[in-house]
Design a protein around this ligand. Structure first.
Ligand code: UGA
Length: 452
């Protein structure tokens, strides 16, 4: 099938590359010409494991453009995967979405096109996008006869494992009020639903995946499923962090508590890692959008609001613990291990490291930081903060009064901790992710404390 994808961020690019890999002819469009130039040259503007390999393998089915007139006419399916960043009120900014919808309306031509919302959009946006496309169509000669339908196809991929989640998803959700749209998307996803593609060597098919369930719903339900999924995951993390707070007071070990409850299959073991809490571009934005939507209907969502509040506290606890350990923070040097919001990405949006660094700087601390992948991006986006970026953890440890493990990159588990301890003025580490081996670090001469 011929597919157009508007927006080449994590979601758009991954979707485009995976659909091209499964045999469709895909044109990816972005209005940012430097991104498109880079992609044409085979360079990926984000860090995502194996994405450049899969792009290379799927090259013959992929095109990149900045021109709607090139991407849209003739496309049978058009995905909108543009950003919906949060506004100060918590509601998402829909400017890019409306621009994309209007531009689609100015250019669609084929007999029947399915316009798919892949961006996380407020409930009701499907209808709104439909009306914007329709309005733009009607301004064109004969545009009134253009046939299209809008569908919602929420994305559940995680940064850092985006390809795995796209090729081997737990489910595919399609919200459409027209059966014709559902049929088109069913054909599009068939290779993934039936798992008929041959798996790339670097992304082997996990054992239990034989077929992927397809859930077809109305538009509004599909839109709410996306928000509800992220809110529930965010809630799980905040729940275990709340238990961590209590565990610390009563002398219990929160990682054992997580294991103990996670073995109950009704609860499940994932998303129960206690620590600094969630960051990234999704949980914060989507939980605040959900609260804002509920507000428009005169409703409160106390559970979602509590999850957000607890997440904020986790960052404050770092400062409290460092204050307790060092007594005075002013004039101290503290090193952050990890800047990215989680391992295997260079994404810094709502990264706990940024909030923690700022809180420490505000208290007169000299902050140093290391990250295996995100240093360059941090330098580009946050150089004004005045964080001293170091190219190795040992270099960073030099003269530090404390370290904080912020992002649990696997490299940090295997550090030369003796070297780190020798270089520090005060060999103390606060493990913000319950990721390090307390005994190993203690043997190396470090004093170890975890976040709870
Ligand atoms: C999240 C969802 O997991 C995806 O399903 C969804 O598609 C995506 O948002 C989106 O809306 O686009 P992502 O933000 O990439 O994906 O990252 P996650 O792996 O979910 O992690 C989110 C945050 O939670 C990270 O900061 C992570 O460190 C934190 N986390 C996660 C914990 O603190 N504890 C855990 O047990 C799990």
């Amino acid at each position: 099938m011929r597919v157009a994808i508007i927006g080449t961020g994590y979601v758009g690019l991954t979707t485009g590359v995976c659909l091209a890999f499964t045999g469709h002819s895909v044109c990816c469009l972005d209005t940012n010409s430097s991104k498109i130039c880079a992609l044409k040259a085979g360079q990926i503007p984000i860090y995502e494991p194996n994405l450049s390999d899969l792009l290379e393998e799927s090259r013959r089915n992929l095109e990149f453009t900045t021109d709607y007139a090139e991407a849209i006419p003739g496309a049978e399916v058009i995905f909108i995967a543009v950003g919906t960043p949060p506004t100060p009120s918590g509601a998402p900014n829909l400017e890019f979405l409306s621009q994309a919808a209007r531009s689609i309306g100015q250019h669609i031509k084929s007999d029947f096109t399915v316009v798919v919302n892949k961006s996380t959009v407020p409930i009701g946006s499907g209808n709104w996008v439909g009306s914007l496309v329709r309005e733009a169509c009607e301004l064109r000669p004969n545009g009134r006869h253009t046939q299209f339908a809008v569908a919602s196809n929420p994305e559940f991929l995680r940064e850092g494992s985006a390809l795995h989640d796209s090729l081997y998803p737990d489910r595919i959700v399609i919200g459409a009020d027209e059966t014709r749209a559902l049929e088109v998307l069913y054909s599009l996803y068939r290779p993934i639903l039936d798992q008929t593609f041959s798996a790339p060597t670097y992304l082997p098919r996990p054992e239990p995946v034989v077929a992927v369930p397809l859930l077809s719903t109305d538009l509004a339900s599909a839109e709410l499923i996306k928000y509800a999924a992220n809110a529930f995951l965010a809630l799980k993390v905040s729940f275990i962090n709340e238990m961590g707070l209590l565990a610390e007071r009563v002398g219990a070990d929160v990682t054992e508590v997580a294991r103990g409850i996670g073995l109950d299959s009704r609860i499940g073991p994932r998303f129960l890692n206690a620590g600094l809490g969630w960051g990234g571009s999704c949980f914060g934005k989507d939980t605040s959008a959900l609260v804002a939507t509920a507000g428009e209907y005169g409703l409160h969502l106390p559970i979602v609001e509590a999850a957000r509040k607890i997440n904020g506290w986790q960052r404050d606890r770092v400062v409290e613990k460092l204050l307790h350990e060092l007594k005075i923070l002013k004039g101290r040097t503290i090193g952050l291990l990890g800047l990215a919001f989680k391992p295997n990405t260079d994404d810094l949006r709502e990264a706990p490291a940024i909030e923690i660094a700022q809180k420490l700087i505000d208290r007169g601390v000299r902050v140093k930081a290391h990250d295996p992948i995100a240093l360059e991006r941090f330098q580009r986006e946050h150089s004004r903060m005045g964080v001293n970026l170091c190219s190795s953890p040992c270099e960073m440890a030099d003269g530090c009064d404390a370290l904080v493990l912020v992002t649990e990159w696997s490299d940090y588990r295997e550090l030369d901790w003796e070297c780190v301890a020798r270089k520090m003025r005060n060999p103390f580490i606060l493990d913000g992710r319950h990721a390090l081996d307390r005994e190993k670090l203690t043997r190396a001469g470090m004093r170890y404390m975890s976040i709870s």
